[in-house]
Design a protein around this ligand. Structure first.
Ligand SMILES: *Cc1c(COP(=O)(O)O)cnc(C)c1O
Length: 413
């Protein structure tokens, strides 16, 4: 079980709404920092451990900058994410550039920043070499193909567009070694929102086995393996958080078994999680503006799927708290909807909730990752503000709400 509490009171939120009208996402800085400290302490047993926060999960420079204070790097995969990382003060090898189908300008920018380039395809070796030259350090993304099952969100590895095949991986390292690359990394990402710890242990083991084979066949000693992101979070109250301690213990076991005997110690362990870092510590705050009773009972709120599209596109569950009614019995059944002209614009379907009145404030949980970040403007909907609930209890506006002028800015009236 995971208790679904909110880190603020109804009074506090009512005050905040006077300055920043709903809807908005609010992120709990104290909880995010505490989580970062915990992750560093659990994985600190591995040499050179580093978490590169996946910028796409929450692309806000304020979040990036305090995560960087906690020792995290950034995992960027586009021009904007590279620039954001830089603006948050994260540069050099604290940036992992894990892109795919990468435009040349993005490689150029990443190289200028001294970021670690994690190539998605063998053809990018010559693409880089011919245009920009090869850096001293290169990492490759491995796609294990049919040998490895994926999970629901990311699908089967052999159907995924990412990464090198096994043969290409060996060929790739051989080529770049000949061309003078001196330092090597290996990456994979085969799961998304996965809750079982063993998935990540198996991933590390797979990379460790490859590290040993690369040493034997090509005489290459990898400097790091990056097990990717994808650690899940308990969106549903009946789910448990991933056992990070079990992941670390399992990986440690495989490290002792493969890496030490092969003379590859110290091999750095990297991760690039987004969701598990910030997901549970963000809340979409919205107000009930209409009640509608037809064949079903609807609560219309002032947020819509443009603010959080996971329920609409994945059927994802996001817990909802009606502020001030936490202790009332959930004896009503509602669909909670936005105003987009799409019937899937629903935050909840057939959800048991306490009776809701117009004006009630609803808090939609676990919006910290892939929430605001996935926002869009379809149907003329505007992206909301983002607020940071700081450690001293004050609130900082870290992104203003979009305005109609923003929406019209690209039109030439
Ligand atoms: C999306 C993504 C991540 C982060 O995934 P989470 O599920 O948020 O942990 C990490 N690495 C790559 C390459 C990604 O595309």
């Amino acid at each position: 079980m995971t208790e679904k509490k909110v880190p603020f009171t109804k009074d506090q939120i009512e005050k905040i709404i006077k300055t920043y009208p709903t809807p908005f996402h609010i992120y709990d800085e104290k909880a995010i920092r505490r989580n970062a400290v915990k992750i560093n302490s659990i994985f600190g047993r591995f040499p050179g451990f580093k978490e590169f926060f996946a910028v796409k999960a929450n692309p806000n420079h304020r979040i990036l900058s305090f995560l960087s204070e906690e020792g995290f790097g950034a995992d960027a995969s586009s021009m904007a994410e590279l620039i954001l990382s830089e603006k948050a003060g994260i540069t050099g090898e604290n940036v992992m550039f894990s892109s795919n189908n990468t435009p040349l300008e993005e490689y150029k920018r990443a190289m200028e920043m001294g970021a670690i380039l994690n190539l998605d395809d063998i053809s990018h070796i010559s693409f880089l070499d011919e245009n920009l030259g090869l850096p001293e350090l290169l990492s490759f993304r491995f796609n294990p193909g049919p040998s490895r099952g994926g999970n629901d969100i990311i699908g089967k590895p052999e159907e995924a567009k990412y990464g090198f095949t096994r043969e290409q991986l060996f060929e790739g390292y051989r080529i770049v070694k000949e061309k003078g690359v001196k330092r090597f990394g290996l990456h994979t990402m085969v799961a998304s929102n996965e809750l079982h710890y063993s998935y990540f242990v198996d991933t590390a083991k797979m990379l460790f086995e490859l590290a040993v084979e690369l040493k034997e066949e090509l005489g290459i000693s990898l400097e790091f393996v990056n097990i990717g992101g994808g650690i899940g979070i308990p969106y549903r109250p009946e789910q448990e958080p991933v056992d990070l301690e079990a992941i670390a213990a399992g990986i440690e076991h495989e490290y002792e078994r493969y890496i030490k005997p092969a003379g590859l110690h110290p091999l750095k362990l990297f991760m690039e999680c987004g969701r598990v870092i910030v997901g549970p510590y963000g809340y979409l705050v919205t107000k009930a503006i209409h009640k509608k009773d037809i064949y079903k009972h609807y609560i219309g709120v002032d947020a819509c799927m443009a603010n959080l599209m996971r329920p609409a596109i994945y059927g994802a569950y996001h817990h909802i708290t009606v502020l001030g009614k936490e202790n009332k019995s959930s004896d009503r059944v509602y669909d909670v909807t936005g105003s987009l002209c799409e019937n899937n614009d629903k935050f909840a379907i057939d959800r048991c909730l306490p009776e809701i009145e117009r004006g009630d404030i609803l808090v939609i949980h676990d919006s910290g990752a892939h929430g605001h970040a996935m926002g869009f403007n379809y149907n003329g909907k505007l992206r909301s503000a983002e607020l940071l609930l700081k450690e001293d209890g004050s609130v900082e506006l870290i992104r203003r709400a979009e305005t109609l002028d923003d929406y019209f800015a690209t039109l030439n009236f």
